[in-house]
Design a protein around this ligand. Structure first.
Ligand code: MG
Length: 259
């Protein structure tokens, strides 16, 4: 079969599988379940992880950075309330607060809560100022997970915009969920680097709907971010992605239950 026909065939197969509901999508709460009273509407807080666990979502995503004194902390941006994470110590960062009053969670704090349920911990290794620091962050995460006995492929998976970090995880932890985020590489290129999955912005799958089936044909997992509208949820459900990452996990649950 020539490559064009093969792509059409895989695309049809994905639509059929999606239509027949043979493959239920998993719900991943983006930065925890934070658009709720329990979390004080504060993403990447311990309360947002707890709310994701309590609502029974498959997974809860969070972002990590490394402080100047090599402590892994959970935060989306490279700074908190104007205080740079990489330029400051953990102790200095504790003098500010998240919007719900919590201190910035260390990864240790986060994993202590993470260990309380079977909700998958979807750990995003944020690119640091240099690749060297990004890999130091990845290594520190693995050590911390080992300390909390969470270095287990059924409990944690990794995502990153850093291709180097994904490659490092693939080498160190074969068999763990490991998805590349940038969306600039086709599934074959990611697979050739030993990386087991793709987690792309949903618009990438509009440009390349065949990438879902092409990734599946290689045994890769497919995740899409950050999917907050009902129509996009339905599109990705029907395309047959494995995981949908959303700020609106209750809406996604409704969409998936209706199929
Ligand atoms: Mg993230």
């Amino acid at each position: 079969m020539n490559p064009f026909k093969q792509h059409i065939f895989l695309l049809l197969a994905a639509f059929l599988l999606g239509g027949l509901s043979l493959q239920a999508q998993k719900i991943c709460a983006h930065r925890g379940y934070w658009k709720c009273e329990e979390a004080g509407n504060t993403q990447n807080s311990i309360a947002s992880l707890r709310a994701a666990q309590q609502n029974g979502f498959w997974g809860s995503e969070f972002d990590v950075h490394l402080t100047a004194d090599d402590i892994v902390v959970v935060n989306h941006d490279p700074s908190l309330n104007g205080i740079s994470i990489r330029k400051n110590t953990y102790k200095r960062l504790l003098r500010t607060r998240l919007s719900n009053g919590e201190p910035i969670p260390s990864l240790a704090d986060y994993l202590r809560q993470g260990a309380q349920s079977s909700c998958m911990l979807v750990l995003e290794i944020k690119p640091q100022k240099t690749v060297h620091r990004t890999l130091a962050l990845a290594k520190a995460c693995v050590e911390e997970l080992r300390t909390f006995q969470l270095l287990d492929s059924t409990r944690v998976m990794f995502i990153s915009f850093s291709f180097e970090a994904c490659r490092w995880i693939a080498e160190q932890l074969p068999g763990f969920g490991n998805q590349y985020l940038e969306g600039d590489k086709d599934p074959e290129t990611v697979h050739a680097a030993g990386i087991g999955g793709i987690d792309y912005h949903y618009t990438v799958f509009h440009r390349h709907p065949d990438w879902v089936a092409r990734a599946h044909a290689l045994g890769m997992d497919v995740n899409a971010w950050t999917v907050d509208s009902k129509s996009e949820m339905e599109y990705l459900r029907d395309l047959g992605v494995d995981v949908i990452t959303t700020n609106r996990p209750l809406l996604l649950r409704e969409v998936l239950e209706k199929q």
